[in-house]
Design a protein around this ligand. Structure first.
Ligand code: FMN
Length: 161
């Protein structure tokens, strides 16, 4: 079989529609770390496990590998500005949004569709990403319209069928 072309793979993966999250933790100096991530997914109900992946080259890898906890903040359509901010090289990403300390100090964002506060269960480098598995210790949810990501663009949720 010919090797898979990276551009074609990225394009085809982009057909898989996702929500958008901001994954957060504290680094070893206690500083807040966070980035926009749509690799979040459910893994297990019993025990309650969730997963997401971070590119190996990210400066945030060591913080997420050493933190006892991380939080997954599921964004609403009104939080698209924060999604863009947390995917950009701005000096202090946390200067916008209303942030509080969650379990283990992981930053929790107000006004999200859901928040999963997790203890780090396992991490493993696989390919060019690090897979993080978290055990959910606390969760929050609100019936708010989610932010949707598809084909490299943000969308509003369509109509229910
Ligand atoms: C919608 C969206 C989803 C993203 N999902 C991920 C992801 O799951 N994992 C990842 O490593 N980067 C993801 N990124 C890219 C990071 O947010 C971006 O590279 C950010 O600058 C990383 O922060 P860092 O520079 O601190 O590593 C995503 C970006 C966007 C806009």
């Amino acid at each position: 079989m010919p090797p898979i072309d990276a551009k074609a793979l990225r394009s085809a993966l982009g057909r898989f529609t996702t929500g958008v999250t901001i994954a957060t933790c504290r680094d070893s100096a206690g500083l807040r770390v966070g980035l926009t991530a749509n690799s979040f997914n459910a893994l297990s109900l019993d025990p309650p496990l969730v997963l997401w992946s971070l590119r190996r080259a990210s400066p945030a890898v060591s913080a997420f590998e050493s933190a006892s906890h991380f939080a997954i903040n599921v964004l609403t359509e009104g939080q698209v500005g924060l999604s863009r901010r947390f995917a950009s090289p701005v000096p202090d990403r946390f200067a916008e949004g209303q942030w509080a300390d969650g379990v283990g100090g992981a930053p929790v964002l107000a006004g999200c569709a859901a928040v999963f506060e997790c203890a780090l269960h396992q991490h493993e480098t696989l390919g060019d990403h690090v897979l993080f598995v978290g055990r959910v210790e606390r969760l929050h949810e609100a019936v708010l319209p989610p932010l949707v990501f598809q084909g490299g663009h943000y969308h509003l949720l369509g109509e229910m069928l």
